[in-house]
Design a protein around this ligand. Structure first.
Ligand code: ADP
Ligand code: MG
Length: 630
C-alpha cells in the first residue's frame, strides 16, 4: 500500500489558515471584506484584547440563505466566481473561498445570518473546524460573525502574537484603510469598549481622511484627479509642509481594494521629488480604478499585493499627476514667498530663478560690514547653471574627482571615519584620543551661496555650509537633550497635538520618555494632547513640528525607543530645522566663524545624516589636473 493519503478537510483548512489567517487583523480584514462584498452600508467591528480574545463583525448586507450558510464554511466555497475565466476579471474583494473555513479552523466561531426581512435566520457554531450547533434563530437581515479565542488550538501560532497594543495597531490600521477605500460605508471600530473609529455612511474620501487623521490634516490635503484610457486616479495628497517620518500615510486603493505596492509608492515619492525633506513622507490616499483585466489580484492569499499588466504606464501617469497637483500649489504663493524654513525645499526649488534667500545666521558673530567682494564675485557669475562644482572640473573622467577629507591619507584616522551616519555618531559618542586634527582653513569665497571654498597649504577645500551648520547644531542639541529638565518652559497658550487612536495609545505609553527629554504632554480627551512644557532652547518657531516628529518617532518604533535614540534623533531634527540652508550668502567673517566652530566639533567631517561636510583637492591633484606634474 502506498504512503500518500488525501488530508481530511479539517487539516486542510488548518493548513490554509496558516496563510490566510496570520493574526487578528487578517480575520478582521477577511470578514469586513465579505461584508463589503455583501453590499453592507454599515459595518460594526468590536474587538477585545487586540482581537486575540474576541472579534465580532456585524453587517447589514445581503446575508446568506440557510443552505449557503453551511456551504460557505466548506473549503473553496464561494459565490463570487463561477469559472476559471472569472479569475482574470475580479470585481469583488473575495474570490478564493478560503477565509471562512480557515478562520473557523483556528478559532471558536459563531455565525448568525439572515437573507430576508422575515426576522428569522440561521445560526452556526464551529469550534476548531467542527460544527457544534446549527439551527434557526431570530435575526435581522445581514450577518453577525463572532470569532473568539483565535489560535486556541494552534499554540505555535499563538506564540507569535505580539502585545495587545501591536495587534490592535494592525487591526486599526487596516480599518482605517478600509474606511478610506469605502467612505460611503459607515464603519465603527471599538476595542475593549472604547470607540476608536467612527465614520458616517455616505461620506466622501476627504471626510474619511478627516475622521482618521483629524480635521486639521484634512484641511491640508490637495485634491487630485485624472484619467486616461486605462486608468482613473482620484484622491488626496498632502501639501509639502505636511509630512510624516514613514510611508504609512500612503494608502493605495485599486478597484476598491487596499493594496501595498512598492512601485506605486516610489512613483508617488518621485512625484514629490525634492519638495520633501529627506526621510520625510507625505500622506496620500489614491483611489485607482481600472478594467479588472489590467490587474492581477491573485498574487498572494492575503490579496494585499497586486500585479499590473501596464505597470510602467501606470507609474508614469501617477507620478505626473502628483507633480502637476503639487506644481499648481507651488505656483500659487509665488508672489508672497513663504519664509518659514518648513518651506525650505519649495524655496530651494524656486530659488533657481531668484536671488539667494537671506536668513538670520545665528552661529556667526554679528559683525556687520563684512567683506563682500568675494561673495559678489560669485554672485555675479552666471546663475543659469546649478551644476555641482565637481562637474566643472577638467579631467572629471576620474583623476580629478574630489575626495572626502576623511579619505585623505594625511587626515584619516585609519578608517575611523568613513562618512557613514552610524559610524559618525559612534565617533561622536566616544571621541578618541587619536581623533584627527581638523585642518585650519582660510576662506576664499562661496559658490552658489551653498559651498564655502577654503584653502590651506595642502590644497583646496569645499565645505557644504548647511551640512556644517547642521553638525555644529547637532552636537549642541545632543548635549542639551542630555540634561533638559530644569530648563523646560511652561506655556501660557499650550500647543495641541492630534493623533489617530492607535497612535495616541502609543504616545500614552511613552510619556515618561518624552519627559526625560524635557517635553511634557498631557491627555486632552479623545486622541488629543496638549503640550504643557518644552525646553526653551528648541529652535524658535519649530517647537510644534519638533514635538510632533518626536511623537512620530515614538509611534513608528514599535519595539520601543531607548532614551539614547530619542535624544539622538531629536537632536538631529532640531539641528536640521535650526540650520542655515543652501543658497544663503555669507560674508568672509561669517565663513571664518563657521570654519572655526566646525573645527571644534567632535566630528567635523559628516553631517548627522552621514553626508560629507568637506571634500578636498590636494595641491598635488590640482597640479596633476593642470599637467604641471606628470
Ligand atoms: P470568498 O469571500 O473568497 O468568496 P469566504 O470564505 O470569505 O470566500 O466566503 C465564502 C462565501 O460566504 C462568500 O462567497 C459569500 O457568498 C458568503 N459570505 C461570507 N461572508 C458573508 C457576509 N458577511 N454576508 C453575506 N455573505 C457572506
Ligand atoms: Mg471572503
Amino acid at each position: 500500500m502506498g504512503n500518500i493519503k488525501l488530508l481530511d478537510e479539517q487539516i486542510a483548512n488548518q493548513i490554509a489558515a496558516g496563510e490566510v489567517v496570520e493574526r487578528p487583523s487578517s480575520v478582521v480584514k477577511e470578514l469586513v471584506e465579505n461584508s463589503i462584498d455583501a453590499g453592507a452600508t454599515r459595518i460594526d467591528v468590536t474587538i477585545e484584547e487586540g482581537g486575540l480574545q474576541l472579534i465580532r463583525i456585524v453587517d447589514n448586507g445581503s446575508g446568506m440563505e440557510s443552505d449557503d450558510c453551511e456551504l460557505a464554511f466548506s473549503r473553496h466555497a464561494t459565490s463570487k466566481i463561477q469559472s476559471g475565466k472569472d479569475l482574470f476579471a475580479i470585481r469583488t474583494l473575495g474570490f478564493r473561498g478560503e477565509a471562512l473555513p480557515s478562520i473557523a479552523a483556528v478559532s471558536k466561531l459563531t455565525c448568525i445570518t439572515s437573507s430576508d426581512n422575515t426576522g428569522l435566520g440561521r445560526k452556526l457554531v464551529i469550534h476548531g473546524g467542527r460544527i457544534l450547533d446549527v439551527g434557526e434563530v431570530t435575526a435581522s437581515r445581514g450577518t453577525d460573525i463572532t470569532v473568539s479565542e483565535l489560535f486556541y488550538n494552534t499554540p505555535a501560532r499563538l506564540k507569535y502574537m505580539k502585545t495587545v497594543q501591536t495587534e490592535l495597531g494592525h487591526v486599526s490600521d487596516y480599518m482605517y484603510r478600509l474606511a478610506l477605500a469605502h467612505p460611503q460605508i459607515a464603519f465603527t471600530l471599538s476595542h475593549n469598549g472604547n470607540i476608536l473609529l467612527q465614520t458616517q455612511s455616505g461620506s466622501n474620501m476627504l471626510q474619511a481622511i478627516a475622521a482618521i487623521y483629524g480635521t486639521a490634516i484634512g484641511k491640508q490635503m490637495i485634491a487630485l484627479e485624472g484619467s486616461n484610457l486605462d486608468y482613473t486616479v482620484e484622491g488626496f495628497i498632502s501639501k509639502t509642509e505636511l509630512t510624516r517620518s514613514n510611508r504609512s500615510g500612503i494608502s493605495l486603493i485599486i478597484n476598491g481594494r487596499y493594496v501595498r505596492n512598492l512601485a506605486l509608492n516610489a512613483a508617488i515619492l518621485r512625484g514629490y521629488h525634492t519638495l520633501l525633506p529627506i526621510n520625510r513622507f507625505p500622506i496620500v490616499v489614491l483611489q485607482i480604478t481600472m478594467d479588472p483585466t489590467l490587474v492581477d489580484v491573485n498574487v498572494h492569499p492575503s490579496k494585499l499585493e497586486v500585479r499590473f499588466s501596464k505597470e510602467v504606464e501606470l507609474m508614469e501617469f501617477v507620478e505626473t499627476l502628483i507633480k502637476s497637483a503639487l506644481g499648481m500649489q507651488v505656483l500659487i504663493p509665488h508672489g508672497a514667498m513663504p519664509t518659514s524654513s518648513k518651506n525650505q525645499y519649495v524655496q530651494e526649488q524656486l530659488v533657481l530663478s531668484r536671488p539667494p534667500v537671506l536668513e538670520d545666521t545665528s552661529y556667526a558673530p554679528k559683525q556687520e560690514q563684512p567683506i563682500r567682494e568675494t561673495f559678489r564675485y560669485n554672485n555675479d557669475a552666471p546663475r543659469n547653471s546649478q551644476t555641482p562644482a565637481t562637474n566643472q572640473m577638467p579631467g572629471s573622467t576620474g583623476q580629478g574627482l574630489p575626495r572626502r577629507l576623511a579619505d585623505l591619507p594625511f587626515e584619516s584616522p585609519k578608517g575611523t571615519i568613513k562618512g557613514v551616519a552610524e559610524e559618525s555618531r559612534n565617533f561622536l559618542a566616544a571621541p578618541t584620543a587619536e581623533a584627527p586634527q581638523f585642518p585650519t582653513l582660510a576662506p576664499i569665497g562661496q559658490l552658489h551661496g551653498t559651498y564655502l571654498l577654503a584653502q590651506n597649504e595642502s590644497g583646496l577645500f569645499l565645505i557644504d555650509q548647511h551640512a556644517a551648520h547642521e553638525r555644529m547644531n547637532y552636537e549642541y542639541y545632543y548635549e542639551k537633550f542630555g540634561a533638559p529638565s530644569p530648563a523646560s518652559q511652561e506655556l501660557l497658550v499650550p500647543l495641541t497635538l492630534e493623533f489617530t487612536p492607535s497612535e495616541a495609545g502609543h504616545i500614552v505609553d511613552k510619556l515618561i520618555l518624552l519627559e526625560q527629554v524635557g517635553v511634557f504632554l498631557e491627555g486632552f480627551g479623545g486622541n488629543s494632547f496638549i503640550v504643557r512644557a518644552y525646553p526653551h532652547w528648541f529652535p524658535a518657531g519649530e517647537e510644534k513640528a519638533i514635538i510632533e516628529e518626536m511623537c512620530e518617532l515614538l509611534i513608528a518604533e514599535k519595539k520601543g525607543v531607548e532614551l539614547a535614540k530619542l535624544r539622538e534623533k531629536s537632536a538631529i531634527m532640531c539641528s536640521c530645522k535650526a540650520s542655515i540652508k543652501a543658497n544663503h550668502a555669507l560674508s568672509i567673517a561669517e565663513m571664518e566663524a563657521l570654519l572655526d566652530r566646525l573645527g571644534k566639533c567632535n566630528n567635523p567631517y559628516t553631517c548627522p545624516h552621514g553626508r560629507p561636510i568637506v571634500v578636498s583637492f590636494s595641491t598635488y591633484e590640482l597640479e596633476k589636473m593642470f599637467k604641471r606634474v606628470m
